[in-house]
Design a protein around this ligand. Structure first.
Ligand code: ANZ
Length: 832
């Protein structure tokens, strides 16, 4: 099955590998050796300190691509670094293998989704192994394996027992193409995150996880994560959770229960001249007068077509229907009309608002269209909104506001208004979150069945653990076609079952779980992946977790990371783990572009990973991706040089053939200048890797290679112990980026395999007292930075160092670099 047979070149490689750098022979040889040595199998019992390195597991669609290659290359630097630093490292990999593409392929090809899924997994597995990432393959699993989804189902039942999973009827997002519901997080600008179709609303009974139970904790946790997570991700989560402080205020309505509104400005209550209810909320239908009922129903037909994004847009013409009733403003006692409109959302706050047109533009636009009264209650010194129809929202002096009159501070006004409302029980201070519960049920086949049966006597009953997993019934091809209800409903034998409580006839729930449920706890399964008796071993979870570094793309900033945080907190509350957050630190890598654009078939600018690996070898591709830029930045494949990377690797590799001293030689007698360069590079490399500046670490390694070459050719010669010391250091540093070349060098230097598990050297501090050269970096002719560099640094390394320098980056401030003039080792001048 493998494209790349696992030959052991120790026996089959031609003699000529002694003299030429042959990437494909090296790759074939070392894969066999690594397998025998089991270098990266994490030992639960190890006395070493533990580190858990995790990178997002792939969905098995086709083979690995350049994006995977980038993230794996970056991630592997850290994992391998930790091994070198003496940690026991858990670095697992598996597949997120339930999901729609497999199901759609199965419908197209009249097959079972498992066929597509497991074939792609094997292809990706072989590619991963060829790529030489330090994964512990003994821990591999797929989320679509019954051995895994049994525990996804069990966790669902645990959350259900705790009230954290529940079913309710409400308007939900519906994708008309995928024919399934979507979570709010999966709707992007009103469209389906997966297929781009415009999302509509449907009234349906669906399963939810109570993510809102942790809204405040999610926010508080972000403060602690802020130093070690990208600010982009922190902000996206904050906005998504959307905390607003304000008040609930009750309005009396004759012949009806009082109606509560949520407002962030209870201080403007004296200016509330009408009320607006979400047209599609049940409340609107409850309140509407008989005369206006038909008008409301006609309006609703229009409303259902608009997405939430449209509805909230400030520049959208306002529309609505008078409900034909009035409410009492609780502070002025006035009767104010109650309207229904789509600019108020049914599922935010209470689904009803008090309209203060003078100080809220949307209310003012509405008032203007329907001729409703406007009353200013805060004089901000700007023109009066009653005349200009421009709402004023700032601080000012309260007017027409009874007890607040004359006050000039907004927060004090809000505080006092809440005090007054609370005193006579007309309102309370409250906090509102934008976050909604996670809608997790899907009307599709290829997912974990929801482990619930519906019984006429006992109602909803969770399937007990002895009866798990609830296996998917065997359906394929046309049976899987989306029809608005779950395809599982078609498996009638499977649907009818017996109630676990009373033994009477019952029906299985026919929905499956969102695949994001599978990936919300997979990092826990890796600690005990083959345990058939439980989801995961809590003691091992404590020993390994939380994850020290998570590497992945920021397209998952809200969805996956928030869901994983939810599971972590819920499982903590179930007593299954002790950590509060799953990912202590998070690195989000940039994208690989080509010619300035995302790679895509239609643009014809795709770069095939397999072709690149065949042309330049695994190591050169990995090195190119790591060296190209800081990990967070995008890489344009048109701007990088895998051929240059290959030449560098060959140069490094040649050093190992020029070393003539014996392994273990006393290095202290070696050339002092070279020893100093080596010591400095080793020291800097650890700081650079730990701060994720992998590209600069590579630049320093290049610098060291040049220094050794110079020492051999024009200085102390290949027999000097310092040359051995430096070359061994090059091999060790390269093992994090170019593992095949590094192993080959290590062997040629007379060592046993493998360099990946050597111990990071302890540097003699005396060697760090350096005679370095100060290099001046100019931006637009002005000195913006100074770098301490080795006198031997090359132009290209110096350029990389200069561009990576913080002060220089600040001076560049995102401007495009036109030209870089380098005069190593003293000057770099950047033209923008
Ligand atoms: C009166 C008021 C006066 C408001 C004023 C604002 C300014 P955030 O910050 O996003 O939470 N609102 C409440 N529920 C709503 C719903 N379901 N759909 C649309 N709008 C809703 O916004 C809270 C504010 O948005 C609330 O405060 C309410 O308008 C409106 F000078 O109440 B405010």
């Amino acid at each position: 099955m493998s494209e790349h047979p696992q030959t052991d070149a120790a026996t089959t490689a031609p003699e000529s590998t002694e003299a030429t750098y042959d990437a494909s022979a090296m790759e074939a040889k070392w894969r066999g050796v690594w397998d025998r040595l089991e270098l990266f199998v994490a030992d639960d019992e190890s006395p070493r300190e533990k580190k858990y390195a995790l990178t997002m597991f792939p969905y098995p669609s086709g083979d690995l691509h350049m994006g995977h290659a980038e993230v794996m290359a970056l991630h592997d630097v850290i994992a391998r670094y930790w091994w070198l630093r003496g940690y026991e490292v858990l670095n697992p990999m598996g597949w997120d293998s339930f999901g729609l593409p497999a199901e759609n392929a199965a419908i197209r090809n009249d097959e079972h989704p498992a066929t597509y899924t497991y074939a792609n997994i094997e292809t990706q597995y072989e590619s991963f192994r060829r790529y030489g990432v330090s994964f512990d393959w003994t821990r591999r699993f797929n989320t679509s394996d019954p051995e895994y989804y049994k525990w996804t189902q069990w966790l669902f039942t645990q959350l259900y027992a705790k009230g954290l999973a529940y079913r309710k009827n409400s308007p939900v997002n519906w994708c008309p193409v995928d024919q399934t519901v979507l979570a709010n997080e999966q709707v992007v600008d009103g469209a389906c995150e997966r297929c781009g179709a415009e999302v509509t609303k449907r009234e349906l009974t669906q399963w939810y996880f109570r993510t809102t139970a942790y809204a405040q904790e999610f926010l508080d946790g972000l403060d602690d994560l802020a130093p070690t997570w990208p600010s982009k991700v922190i902000n996206a989560q904050r906005n998504w959770i959307g905390r607003s402080e304000g008040a609930h205020v009750s309005f009396d309505i004759a012949g009806h229960e009082p109606v509560k509104v949520f407002t962030t400005r209870p201080d403007t209550l004296w200016g509330a001249t009408f009320m607006v209810v979400a047209a599609d909320a049940k409340l609107a239908a409850d309140l509407v007068s008989d005369e206006q009922r038909q008008a409301l129903e006609d309006y609703l037909v229009e409303v259902r077509k608009a997405s939430d994004i449209d509805r909230l847009a400030t520049d959208r013409p306002k529309s609505g229907v008078d409900l034909g009733i009035t409410a009492t403003n609780p502070v002025t006692g006035e009767q104010i009309p109650v309207w229904a409109s789509d600019y108020v959302l049914a599922d935010y706050g209470t689904g009803a608002i008090m309209a203060v047109p003078a100080h809220d533009q949307r209310d003012l636009d509405f008032a203007k269209v329907f001729g409703l009264p406007v009353r200013r209650v805060v004089d901000t010194g700007e023109e009066n909104p009653e005349e200009t129809y421009v709402a004023t929202t700032g601080n000012g002096v309260y007017v027409n506001s009874g007890p607040l009159d004359g006050l000039a501070d907004k927060s004090e006004g809000i505080r006092r208004a809440i005090e007054l409302l609370e005193a006579d029980e007309r309102g309370t201070g409250t906090v509102n979150f934008r976050l909604r519960d996670w809608l997790l049920s899907r009307q599709r086949y290829w997912g974990a069945p929801i482990p619930i049966v519906h019984c006429a006597v006992d109602g909803e009953v969770a399937v007990p653990v002895e009866q798990l997993p609830v296996l998917l019934p065997e359906l394929k091809g046309a049976d899987l076609k989306p029809k608005g209800t779950s395809p599982l409903g078609g498996a009638t034998d499977w649907v009818s079952t017996t109630c676990p409580t009373c033994g009477g006839p019952a029906q299985r729930d026919t929905d499956t779980m969102d695949t994001f449920v599978d990936s919300s706890w997979y990092f826990l399964r890796y600690v005990s992946p083959h345990d058939a008796t439980r989801a995961f071993d809590s003691e091992l979870a404590d020993a390994w977790g939380p994850i020290d570094l998570y590497v992945g793309g920021d397209e998952h900033a809200v969805l996956h990371l928030l869901y994983a945080r939810f599971f972590t907190k819920a499982l903590r509350d179930l007593g299954l783990i002790t950590w509060d957050e799953p990912f202590t630190s998070y690195l989000s890598q940039g994208k690989v572009l080509n010619q300035g654009r995302k790679m895509s078939k239609s643009l014809g600018n795709g770069v095939n990973l397999g072709d690149q690996l065949a042309e330049f070898g695994v190591d050169a591709v990995r090195l190119t991706l790591v060296f190209a830029s800081p990990p967070e930045d995008n890489i344009d494949w048109a701007d990088v040089s895998p051929a240059g990377s290959l030449r560098f690797l060959q140069r490094a590799w040649r050093l190992s053939g020029d070393v003539t001293s014996e392994p273990g030689v006393d290095v202290t007698t070696g050339d002092l200048a070279l020893r100093k360069v080596t010591a400095r590079v080793i020291t800097d490399a650890s700081t650079l890797v730990e701060s994720h500046r992998f590209n600069v670490m590579v630049a320093r390694t290049m610098e060291l290679v040049n220094a050794v070459r110079k020492a051999i050719d024009s200085g102390c010669g290949g027999a000097d112990p310092a040359v051995r010391e430096a070359t061994e250091t090059v091999a060790m540093l390269l093992s994090m980026v170019a593992p095949y070349t590094a192993e080959e060098m290590w062997e040629r230097l007379g060592h046993q395999p493998s360099v990946a598990r050597v111990t990071w050297p302890v540097v003699d501090q005396a060697l760090l007292v350096e005679d370095s050269v100060t290099c001046v970096v100019q931006v637009k002719g002005k000195v913006k930075g100074r770098l301490e560099v080795s006198p031997d640094i090359s132009d290209s390394e110096l350029e990389a160092l200069a561009l990576a320098d913080d002060a220089v980056q600040r001076a560049l401030d995102g401007q495009t670099v036109r030209k870089v003039i380098v005069r190593a080792p003293k000057l770099v001048s950047i033209v923008v």
